[in-house]
Design a protein around this ligand. Structure first.
Ligand code: ATP
Length: 390
């Protein structure tokens, strides 16, 4: 057998004791050769599979990661950003077109007599407003923005808010125009202009606003704002209230305008930065309450906050001294009330109105009432004389 020569030349089987033959016979070689070959093939296949697995598990995700990184870098380039922004704007415009009319520039040019100076009804900080007679929309106020690039955000904000929602105390937006550099908003025309002009008439043009008009305007403003703050999907703070953005319709119902700076109130604890000041959703609504308080004071005193900011500061100073208890409005404050309102049978209501206004402008935002509370307090004043106040 295969081990014979080995046994002859070297030692016995026992001696070998299962050791491997040092010199295998020819048969053994053939056996060894075939098992070695199959082992080699198995080993080879096994290593190849392992290598492939390692490659797939490390290299493919790495390649994907790199691709993602490359994509991120691509997304950050100004070209792609502006492209995405443009697409987003187009999508918003298309959405809004389903709700309000898109009007051509040519049509608006015709309606305003080529933006004739004689048709100007107001010049704001962002654009010129023209009165226009539109064949389908009747009388409209056409606001042509000055600078389409810098005001694009405000333009879209106004479109997205006023285009989607309607409220009896918010100015109705009827249409818009986006054509090359033109950005135009078309509103329903408010025949009684803005509140500022009524409260501060130019010399020689006395415009006396009776008490019930003022209360009705106050209630309407608070109702519109309370609706904005608490609407299910809107939840918006206006943040830019002044008597010039309160428009009056044919029944002297106030309509809030100018939503270019409005901000969504966060429902989470997210913090908002405005002019580098950190603010919470609470601060935003309380800001509107403060601005409404100033408006209420303007309504009741007839003082112009634009020309007399010291007046309001002194008022706030007095409020701090008096701790703003509802029972104590100082004689100085009471003296500030527009004299045409006193002695008409509403003095108690005037005093209460003044207290509401003072509460709204408390220096510490947490102490100010919510807009709904302001609305309810003003409604209570209005309801004391429902026969007159309607
Ligand atoms: N729908 C409207 N109906 C009648 N008059 C309007 C209407 N919209 C604006 N006006 C008049 O045009 C004036 C300027 O309006 P605009 O909204 O541009 O003023 P603004 O308060 O300075 O706003 P902004 O800061 O956005 O420019 C208003 O004060 C008002 O007299």
């Amino acid at each position: 057998n295969g081990y014979s020569s080995l046994q002859e030349n070297n030692a016995s089987d026992d001696e070998l004791g299962g050791r491997l033959p040092l010199v295998p016979s020819k048969e053994l070689w053939t056996k060894f050769d075939s098992s070695f070959k199959s082992g080699f093939v198995i080993g080879y296949v096994f290593s190849a599979v392992s290598l492939l697995t390692i490659f797939l598990s490390y290299c493919v995700p790495w390649a994907r990661l790199n691709k993602r990184k490359r994509n991120k870098v691509m997304m950050k380039t100004p070209m792609t950003t502006s492209l995405m922004e443009r697409q987003e704007k187009k999508r918003k415009e298309a959405d809004i077109q389903m709700l309000i009319a898109r009007i051509s520039f040519a049509e608006l040019q015709k309606a305003t007599n080529s933006f004739d100076r004689g048709k100007v009804i107001g010049v704001g900080k962002t654009g010129t407003v023209y009165k226009a007679a539109h064949p389908h929309l009747r009388f409209t106020a056409v606001k042509r923005l000055f600078d389409f690039q810098h005001l694009e955000k405000q333009f879209l904000s106004e479109l997205m808010i006023l285009g989607k929602f309607r409220h009896k105390n918010i100015v109705p937006l009827l249409g818009f125009c986006v054509e090359s550099r033109e950005r135009i908003l078309v509103y329903q025309y408010m025949p009684n202009g803005n509140l500022y002009d009524w409260l501060h008439p130019v010399k020689g043009e006395p415009k006396i606003m009776e008490w019930h008009f003022r209360v009705n305007i106050a209630v309407g403003m608070a109702r519109g704002l309370a609706w904005l703050h608490n609407h299910n999907t809107l939840q918006l703070a206006h943040l830019n209230l002044s008597s010039s953005c309160i428009l009056l319709d044919k029944n002297f119902e106030p309509r809030i305008s100018n939503f270019g700076r409005a901000m969504h109130i966060m429902t989470s604890n997210a913090r908002i930065f405005m002019a580098n000041i950190e603010m919470s959703e609470w601060d935003l609504t309380k800001r509107d309450v403060h601005q409404l308080g100033v408006l209420l004071l303007e309504l009741i005193t007839g003082e112009d906050p634009l020309n007399n900011s010291g007046f309001y500061h002194s008022l706030e100073g007095k409020l701090v001294q008096n701790n703003c208890l509802l029972s104590t409005v100082s004689a100085a404050l009471y003296c500030a009330v527009d004299k045409s309102l006193l002695g008409q049978g509403f003095d108690r209501e005037v005093l209460y109105f003044l207290k509401v206004a003072c509460n709204c402008i408390q220096p510490i935002p947490n102490r100010r009432p919510t807009m709904v509370e302001v609305y309810k307090m003003l409604m209570a004043i209005k309801n004391t004389h429902p026969d007159i106040l309607g």
